[in-house]
Structure formats: structure tokens, C-alpha cells
Design a protein around this ligand. Structure first.
Ligand SMILES: Cc1cc2nc3c(=O)[nH]c(=O)nc-3n(C[C@H](O)[C@H](O)[C@H](O)COP(=O)(O)OP(=O)(O)OC[C@H]3O[C@@H](n4cnc5c(N)ncnc54)[C@H](O)[C@@H]3O)c2cc1C
Length: 449
């Protein structure tokens, strides 16, 4: 294995893979993942991916994203995401991704807080369809080294410039790996929560490393709770009952079998309604009934959810299922600009790890795959342009990074265990502290009025 690369990418979800595919093939790229390449939240996405269907839908798409985000969104970023969406879908189709079609035309679905059907999907396995196709394209590339079970524990930094990472390899050795550019695509924070739809190994590691190196973070307190996950007594990842199930007509019921909320409210508002109802019912869940959807359509449209619920003892064609809110998505993260640049030179972030402000305080359903792909591509293109400039400046490329930056391994965690013991709690505390700070600021603003 080399010890120096042009680019290191941390994470093999949609953001990491798509960025890899948009980097020049004459560059040496190292792609790492903490787990198996297939174990990322990107594989779990069920509902779909938003797209600007036609120009007539621009204003409504923009407004829906802003309203869901409580108007805390970065409008420039929202515009960029929507305007880039058709190009991204074309890129995906070029990678052999298939979306539901009827007579050759795309079929669009709708989810909570959308005023129009503008979501492309592939059964209820959209994330798996997209991510597995991107992964197989990446595996064909000879300039890419993909290491599984390899965990970033830190970055190599000098004077606010990133020169690579320190990683624990599969054989437990901890080594420095140098790079000219680094992209964090390391996903969300669900693993820090007891109840989450996320993979347990997604623990906001880039946030912890940012705190250590004073890299700017943004909206760290904006954590999305998904209203409907399948209730279970068991520990571990919670199984999501996609919003598109409600979009297609499923209803929420209290313990008396009565509807108690508009099922297509924004996620945070609906979560509040469900929690209120759970308290009134003195119950750990409410019910979701799919009785308004034809049984054949349930199996055809939601085969994965149908199968999984059956395994858990529920036939969703015939009976309601118990559902409960759980942590789902992280709107905040490492602060980036419109090209995915962080506040540290030569360090980029994209996907759920990054915060470009698109989602504001609350993400609109099916905007995150799109956002991850848009910024992954932009970051890759920006890195490419920077590398071209670097080459012009330093035509000879004389010295290696290892010669320029001295690394003392005692400055870094000696294992992932040490890293998690030191940093996971710190990250949780930072999220809670920022939440409190914002609440205090809001009450002060109210008093001042
Ligand atoms: C159940 C579920 C359903 C969803 N449905 C939808 C949907 O329908 N539409 C939509 O738009 N969005 C959906 N989302 C959200 C969306 O899937 C994610 O936001 C998106 O896939 C994030 O992609 P990513 O590439 O940023 O991160 P991920 O896909 O989570 O990948 C993170 C990668 O980083 C690696 N990693 C983490 N830490 C380290 C480390 N220290 N060292 C090395 N590697 C590391 C992980 O191993 C993994 O490979 C859903 C999410 C979940 C959980």
C-alpha cells in the first residue's frame, strides 16, 4: 500500500463514491470505510431522490425546502441543489441507475411536506440501487484503492492545512497516510443515539476531529428525528417506515384506532404530534395503517418494508404496525462553502457530515441523497481545479509530503477504542450544548421583542 495519495476520501456512501467518480483518473485516490463498503446509510435510503421535474415546479420545490427548514436554509445553496438536480439524475442514469418508469416516462412520488410529486424512486430500495451502481463503477477504476475496515482517527495538519489522515487499518495498526487533498464523506451521527435509523458505526467522527483542530462547525444542534420507525423492544438500528408510505395514503392511529394528525406534516412537526399522542395514550408507540393502499400495491411498491415487517410478525396488508420516532438525520455538520471547502485548507466535506445550509433546521424528505451528490461532485471538481493549479506552480513536484510534515504518532489516538472513548461523549455534549445555547438565544430574542 502507498503512503501518499493525491486524494483521500473517507466514506463509501453516495458522497464518497460520487466524488471518486468525478476525480481525474490519472490521480491516485484512497477510499476508506470503517466497515464493509456496502454498510453505509446510503444503502438504506428507501423513499427516493428529489429532482426538478420541470421549470414550473422550481418555485414550489424551493419553497417546500425552505418551509420544511423553518426558513433557516442557505438560499443560495438551495438554488444550487435544485438547479443541479437534473444533471445529477443524468449522471446516475449514465451509471446504470434505474428509476421507476411507466411507458418509458419517469414516475414521481410524494412525501411529507412536498406540495408536488417530484421524487424519483426504485421500489423502496432507492439508496441501494444508486449506491450499489456507483460502487461497482468505482471498483472498476484502477487509480482507486478501496480499503474496508479502515478508520480515520485524525487528520495530519500543519498551520491549518490538511496533509492527510491517521488511520487504523484492518490489522489494527495505526499509520499516517498523506494526501494533497482530503474529503470527509463520513456520514451522520446516529450511532451516538440509542434509537436511530442509522448504522451504529456512524458516530460523527469528523465532528470530533474538527473540534480538536478548530475546524468550523455549523448548526450542530439540528438533528432530525424521523416520525415513523418500526417499534421494537430490541436494541440496535431502528427500521424505517418510509415517508412515502404515508405519501401513498397510510394513516396514523391512536390506541382507539382514530386518526390524530395530518400524516404529511414536516417531520419535526409530525414527530411532536406523535409524541403528544403517545403521552395521551400512555404508550411507547402509535399505529400506522396502510389500509387505504391496495394490498397488491403495498407488495409491489414497498416490497422491502412488507418483507421486513412480515419477519417482525406484522402483515402490513392486513393490520396496523406500531411506530415510534427515532433519530434519523443530521442537518448540521462541518461548515462548507458552495464547493465543499471547509475552513481548513485542502480539506473538503460532503454528504451528511457537511453543512452547507441546504436543509436549514429540518430536512425536506428525499433532499439528502440529492444534496450529497451535488456537493460531492462540486468538491471533486474544485479539487481537480486546485490540483491543476498546484501542478503549474510546482511543475517538478520535488518533495514528498512526509518530508514536509513531521508526524509524531504519540500526538494521535493509538486505537479506535481510545478515539471513541475520548470523542463520542464529547460530540454528544457539543450537540446538546449547542441546542441549549440556541434555546437560550431564542428566549432572549422573544423577551427583547
Ligand atoms: C433508513 C434511512 C432511509 C433514508 N432514506 C432516504 C431517502 O429516501 N432519500 C434521501 O434523500 N435520503 C434518505 N436518507 C438519508 C441518506 O441516506 C443519507 O443522508 C445519505 O445517504 C448520506 O450519504 P453519505 O455518503 O453522506 O454518508 P453514508 O452513506 O452514511 O456513508 C458514510 C460512510 O463513512 C464511513 N465512515 C464514517 N466514519 C468513518 C471513519 N472514522 N473512518 C472511515 N470511514 C468512516 C462509513 O463507514 C460509511 O462508508 C435515509 C437515511 C436512512 C438512515
Amino acid at each position: 500500500m502507498r503512503q501518499e495519495y493525491d486524494v483521500i476520501i473517507v466514506g463509501t456512501g453516495v458522497a464518497g463514491l460520487f466524488a471518486t467518480l468525478h476525480l481525474p483518473q490519472d490521480k491516485q485516490i484512497l477510499l476508506i470505510t470503517k466497515s464493509e463498503a456496502e454498510e453505509s446509510d446510503s444503502f438504506l435510503a428507501q423513499g427516493g431522490i428529489c429532482v426538478l421535474k420541470n421549470e414550473d415546479d422550481y418555485a414550489a420545490f424551493f419553497e417546500d425546502t425552505l418551509r420544511a427548514g423553518h426558513y433557516q436554509n442557505n438560499r443560495e445553496a438551495v438554488d444550487l441543489m435544485i438547479r443541479s438536480s437534473q444533471e445529477i439524475i443524468c449522471d446516475l442514469i449514465d451509471c446504470d441507475v434505474e428509476f421507476e418508469r411507466e411507458w418509458g416516462d419517469f414516475v414521481y412520488t410524494k412525501e411529507g411536506a412536498h406540495t408536488a410529486a417530484r421524487i424519483l424512486y426504485h421500489e423502496d430500495l432507492t439508496g441501494k440501487e444508486i449506491t450499489s451502481k456507483l460502487l461497482s463503477k468505482v471498483r472498476e477504476l484502477e487509480n482507486v484503492t478501496l480499503l474496508e475496515h479502515t478508520t480515520m482517527l485524525d487528520i495530519i495538519e500543519k498551520n491549518n492545512v490538511c496533509y492527510g489522515i491517521v488511520a487504523e487499518l484492518e490489522n489494527s495498526s495505526v499509520i499516517p497516510i498523506y494526501s494533497h487533498y482530503t474529503l470527509w464523506a463520513s456520514g451522520g451521527v446516529g450511532g451516538l443515539y440509542k434509537h436511530s435509523t442509522n448504522y451504529r458505526h456512524l458516530t460523527g467522527d469528523a465532528l470530533a476531529i474538527s473540534m480538536k483542530h478548530k475546524i468550523e462547525l455549523e448548526n450542530v444542534d439540528y438533528v432530525q428525528i424521523h416520525p415513523t420507525t418500526l417499534y421494537s423492544e430490541d436494541a440496535g438500528r431502528r427500521f424505517l417506515i418510509s415517508e412515502s408510505v404515508r405519501g401513498e395514503g397510510a394513516v396514523l392511529l391512536n390506541r382507539h384506532g382514530e386518526r390524530f394528525a395530518d400524516e404529511l406534516l414536516p417531520r419535526d412537526v409530525l414527530t411532536g404530534e406523535i409524541r403528544k399522542q403517545m403521552e395521551l395514550d400512555d404508550s411507547r408507540y402509535v399505529y400506522l395503517s396502510l389500509r387505504k393502499i391496495h394490498p397488491d400495491d403495498i407488495v409491489k411498491r414497498f416490497p422491502n418494508i412488507y418483507k421486513r415487517c412480515l419477519e417482525e410478525g406484522y402483515d402490513i396488508r392486513r393490520e396496523p404496525i406500531p411506530v415510534v420516532p427515532a433519530q434519523h438525520y443530521f442537518m448540521g455538520g462541518v461548515k462548507v462553502d458552495l464547493d465543499g471547502r471547509t475552513s481548513m485548507k485542502h480539506l473538503y466535506a460532503a454528504g451528511e457530515t457537511a453543512c452547507n445550509g441546504v436543509h436549514g433546521a429540518n430536512r425536506l424528505a428525499s433532499n439528502s441523497l440529492l444534496e450529497s451528490l451535488v456537493w460531492a461532485k462540486r468538491a471533486a471538481k474544485d479539487m481537480e481545479a486546485c490540483m491543476q493549479k498546484d501542478e503549474k506552480k510546482d511543475a517538478k513536484h520535488t518533495s514528498s509530503i512526509a518530508e514536509m510534515v513531521s508526524v509524531r504518532m504519540s500526538d494521535y489516538p493509538s486505537s479506535y477504542q481510545e478515539f471513541s472513548e475520548n470523542y463520542h461523549e464529547l460530540t454528544r455534549q457539543r450537540i446538546e450544548a449547542d441546542k441549549l445555547r440556541r434555546q437560550m438565544q431564542m428566549s432572549k430574542n422573544q423577551e427583547d421583542l
